[in-house]
Design a protein around this ligand. Sequence first.
Ligand code: NAP
Length: 358
Amino acid sequence: MSVPAAESSAMARARELGWDVLGTTSPNPAVGAVVLAADGTPVGEGATAPPGGPHAEVRALAQAGERARGGTAVVTLEPCAHTGRTGPCADALLAAGIARVVVAVPEPTRLAGGGAQRLRAAGVDVVLGVEEAAAAEGALGPWLTGVREHRPQVVWKVAGTLDGRVAAADGSSRWVTGPEARAAVHRLRATCDAVVVGSGTALADDPRLTVRDADGRDADRQPLRVVLDRRGRLPSTARVHDGAAPTLVSSAATARALLDELFTRDVRRVLLEGGPTLAAAFLRDGLVDEAVVHLAPTLLGAGPSLVGDLGISGIGEALTLTVSGLTRLGGDVEIRLRPTRHTGDGRTADDRDATGGS
Ligand SMILES: NC(=O)c1ccc[n+]([C@@H]2O[C@H](COP(=O)([O-])OP(=O)(O)OC[C@H]3O[C@@H](n4cnc5c(N)ncnc54)[C@H](OP(=O)(O)O)[C@@H]3O)[C@@H](O)[C@H]2O)c1
């Protein structure tokens, strides 16, 4: 679906706005919106506020004021038509006198759907599916995963050496990568609702799992820290119990059971930080949506590898991934990948009413 250049730029900006609030909106989607005046000039922008606060369109309209009349709203997700904790966005757009609405992702839930229909019925020109894949794979990804699979999106992050070791043979693994890569991990954590490790990592490294700035100060908003510890081995003195952020010690029997537990707590994006045993469990069950691998130009020659046993015996069974991004982080390299064979759990149930709309 092609649109004028001004609307395409506005859509790119709307996607960025969504990214900026990722990690603060769950269980609601991280939506971005830009309002263009009748002459195509951007006059307002906004993103989803934390739950209970205004939606992206409402914030963008507030900034635009009277300049929105006769203009265009460019939004990453179809404006909702239902009254949840806030009023319907479709009505707000009509009240502001918007003449055209350009949408990336059509609303997939029955509960919030109908926005485009309501706008069209009132004479507004509505275009759906504009640069849809970019928005769906971006900040809307966690929420869409929730709608489709009733579980949070999982990003697996791992740091290793060039020969794929995550720790030395003696178990020490601190500072595999340099400061730039470690700073990137803190930025990544900030986009997530929960950070998950297995008991092996918690016992070996005693990580704090908080989001910190370059000076080591804890950020104001912290994701839930989760340790998967089925045998109750985590000591009460572990640093995840330092009170700096909420912590959940779970004894969920499987990776999927943990995700179910987190989903009911409104978690929509999980950062899986290890270690190799737990990562293998998630990968085996088709529960990794994206991998962020930091590789350091060092060799260890021994020690645990990036991932544990995947139950694969022949090359034909290899789990394949496609590279979606490559970035240098100081002396290290970040590779972003998506599993090619991703099975999920197949639960694309018709019941799509569970989660709220834009
Ligand atoms: N460089 C890196 O990025 C990085 C990141 C993380 C860890 N590491 C290193 O990795 C090493 C630890 O490796 P690890 O494999 O022992 O750590 P792990 O994967 O964090 O923990 C493994 C433990 O998780 C528990 N667990 C809970 N639910 C599970 C499930 N569904 N499937 C499998 N396990 C489950 C199991 O203990 P219970 O049965 O008791 O629950 C299991 O022994 C350390 O040396 C650490 O430094 C490196």
